[in-house]
Ligand binder design. Structure first.
Ligand SMILES: [Zn+2]
Length: 282
């Protein structure tokens, strides 16, 4: 389902993306016996895919911040752009991974919807440390297109990615993947090396978030990400991946205690966005 961080870093260093998705996909194909939440949440597939696709992008983005700070990686340019690029890179689907393809498209669509929703209420936030939503949309599209122009040309057409930007996407993709792989390489866990400590914590959800929480747990996305980090990198201290209520729709890395928090409110915001979109399409 998802490509391992280490597979990405190693694959890129070798000048190719590894087929089969190594670490992560192997785990996905032979899932360990797992406790799934008792009442399987009823959620339409397109709603679920949208929420999970956007959540994965967000998690990779925040894990990117965590890697930069925990491993003291240098960053040239805006850190927000660097970690967005990492998220896009990690979500480039293998040929035989339609699920990841849907998820990365959902993540791109999420930026588009978020931009459209913001148009009505807010001025464009030029002061923000993040790129504007539309820029973040085109950045995901460009990374995807740049990874394989033939394969994603129809997607770039749909997204109306202009030719002049399209021309530079393969080079942008190469530059981003080589830069990340080079920075991560000294921190990769060697075979037989001691795994890093990564803890997953779900704070009990308020009743309103129970379905979302159960759906996320059932996907095992956070657990698999934790496993991927454990077996890919040598981290200097324990990292916590936490799903919690925060009183705002957000996700963040906290260097104080080396934790990444994904807020239930953000999952809810993704659900609201996709439901509004589906309703408008009816
Ligand atoms: Zn960020």
């Amino acid at each position: 389902m998802l490509r391992g961080l280490q597979a990405m870093a190693v694959g890129v260093l070798l000048g190719l993306m590894l087929p089969g998705g190594a670490v992560w996909a192997a785990g996905a194909k032979t899932p360990a016996p797992q406790k799934t939440p008792r009442q399987a949440p009823e959620m339409e597939p397109e709603v679920r895919t949208f929420i999970l696709g956007n959540t994965l992008f967000t998690l990779y983005h925040e894990v990117g911040h965590a890697l930069i700070h925990e491993l003291q990686l240098p960053v040239l340019g805006r850190e927000e752009d660097a970690v967005d690029n990492l998220a896009s890179l990690l979500m480039v689907p293998e040929e035989d991974d339609p699920e990841m393809l849907e998820m990365v498209m959902a993540a791109a669509q999420g930026w588009l919807m978020s931009a459209a929703a913001g148009d009505d209420e807010e001025e464009l936030a030029f002061w923000d440390e993040h790129g504007l939503d539309m820029q973040r949309f085109y950045s995901v599209v460009c990374m995807l297109y740049g990874s394989d122009p033939d394969r994603f040309s129809a997607f770039a057409d749909d997204a109306e990615l202009p030719d002049y930007r399209r021309d530079s996407c393969p080079q942008e993709f190469d530059q981003v993947s080589t830069s990340w792989a080079t920075l991560l390489d000294p921190h990769l866990l060697e075979d037989g090396g001691r795994k890093s400590r990564v803890k997953v914590v779900y704070e009990p959800p308020a009743p309103a978030y129970r379905t979302l929480s159960a759906m996320l747990k059932q996907s095992r996305m956070v657990e698999r990400l934790a496993d991927d980090i454990r077996t890919s990198f040598v981290l200097p201290r324990e990292l916590t991946l936490r799903v919690a209520a925060c009183d705002e729709a957000n996700a963040y890395y906290d260097p104080e205690d080396s934790s990444v928090t994904l807020c239930y409110e953000l999952l809810e915001e993704y659900e609201t966005l996709i439901r509004a979109d589906l309703e408008a399409a009816e």
